[in-house]
Write a protein that binds this ligand. Structure first.
Ligand code: DAH
Length: 343
């Protein structure tokens, strides 16, 4: 009996000073003291050896020990954040799992890829150029010499002034780089980001995206240009969409034109989007100016070509009926998530 009482005291002391591994403290305590192979149980087993007249008192002592162990266990559980260790029996396998949200391509990338794949089917390949350009490739070679008034329409951000290095204002600069390589014929499209010093609004931003197209070979005519762009519009927007060309001016093309498509919102009836004209402008184009060919070392007496340039934001806004282009760069998941299935 004396011996047993001593053991009870020792065990109590041990419990008080118990320090298990921090994250599993409560569980380690349970296994060591309360579990079926724990010390409390084994002391209880000693009851059979206790003399009959002491049984009552010893039973009381052991019972107190058990209660002490249990309250200490509850205490340790609380310290561990009230989270009992998860055992198999506490996991409900019928609960739905944590869902992973699926990312999606940005609508500008979706439309860019679509434009690229349409022109690839016509034999165009992709060419790219730097976003920081020199004056020659962005302006001068494109028949926009210094002090040309048309430069005003494409004010940009200058990285340095003398010599002038700038964020390119259009992807037409990639035309120049490709023509300078001198491998003819050329049949390229050039997607990329461009920059302008513009006030940001629903229709304009200081950066946006363009796709430039260029075809230079023997006997390229305006009819080739029209047919190529007509094919593009039908593939992009559907067979019912009508196309019209209006004469325009660009320094790097002669003749130049702007191309409109019949309004996708009202079908040509007239609405706010088309400003009640039934038409919306989607790109500029024309026959490459002989000065541009010569500037790039191409014999303008032998070769001719067409070029066009379109804004990807504009095409995307028309395709998905988006009214404000600022939303493209706001990273609003409520907007971006709508394109999960539009690969
Ligand atoms: N570079 C022009 C712009 O940014 C777009 C453009 C118009 C490109 C006519 C062309 C073209 O290649 O022929 O406004």
């Amino acid at each position: 009996m004396e011996n047993l009482l001593q053991q009870v005291e020792n065990l109590k002391e041990e419990m008080k000073n118990f320090l298990g591994e921090e994250k599993d403290q409560a569980e380690a305590f349970r296994i060591k003291f309360i579990g079926s192979n724990g010390s409390v149980k084994s002391l209880m087993g000693e009851m059979k050896n206790v003399a009959a007249e002491n049984k009552r008192e010893m039973g009381k002592v052991l019972n107190e020990l058990k209660l002490f162990a249990e309250s200490k266990y509850e205490e340790l559980k609380k310290i561990a954040g009230g989270k009992p260790k998860i055992t198999e029996s506490t996991i409900d396998f019928t609960l739905p799992g944590d869902s992973l949200s699926i990312g999606s391509r940005h609508p500008i990338s979706i439309v860019k890829n679509k434009i690229v794949s349409i022109f690839q089917r016509l034999g165009f390949s992709v060419a790219e150029g730097p976003e920081i350009e020199d004056d020659w490739h962005n302006f001068t070679a494109l028949n926009l010499p210094e002090n040309h008034p048309a430069r005003d329409m494409q004010d940009t951000f200058y990285v340095s002034q003398d010599p002038a290095w700038m964020l390119r204002t259009h992807t037409s600069s990639v035309q120049v780089r490709e023509m300078e390589k001198g491998d003819l014929p050329i049949r390229i499209i050039c997607p990329g980001r461009v920059y302008r010093n513009e006030t940001i609004s629903a229709r304009a931003h200081c950066f946006f995206h363009q796709v430039e197209g260029l075809y230079i070979a023997d006997n390229v005519s305006f009819a080739d240009l029209k047919q190529t762009l007509y094919f593009f519009v039908q593939e992009m927007f559907g067979k019912d969409v009508k196309v019209r060309f209006r004469p325009s001016y660009f320094p790097f093309t002669e003749p130049s034109a702007e191309m409109d498509i019949s309004c996708l919102i009202c079908g040509g009836e007239g609405c706010n989007v088309c400003k009640h004209t039934g038409w919306v402008e989607i790109l500029g184009c024309g026959m490459v100016h002989p000065n541009v060919l010569e500037n790039c070392g191409i014999d303008s007496g032998r070769y001719s070509g067409f070029a066009f340039g379109m804004g990807i934001e504009r095409i995307t806004m028309l395709k998905y009926q988006i009214k404000d282009l600022r939303i493209f760069s706001e990273n609003d998941l409520r907007f971006l998530k709508q394109f999960v299935s539009a690969v």
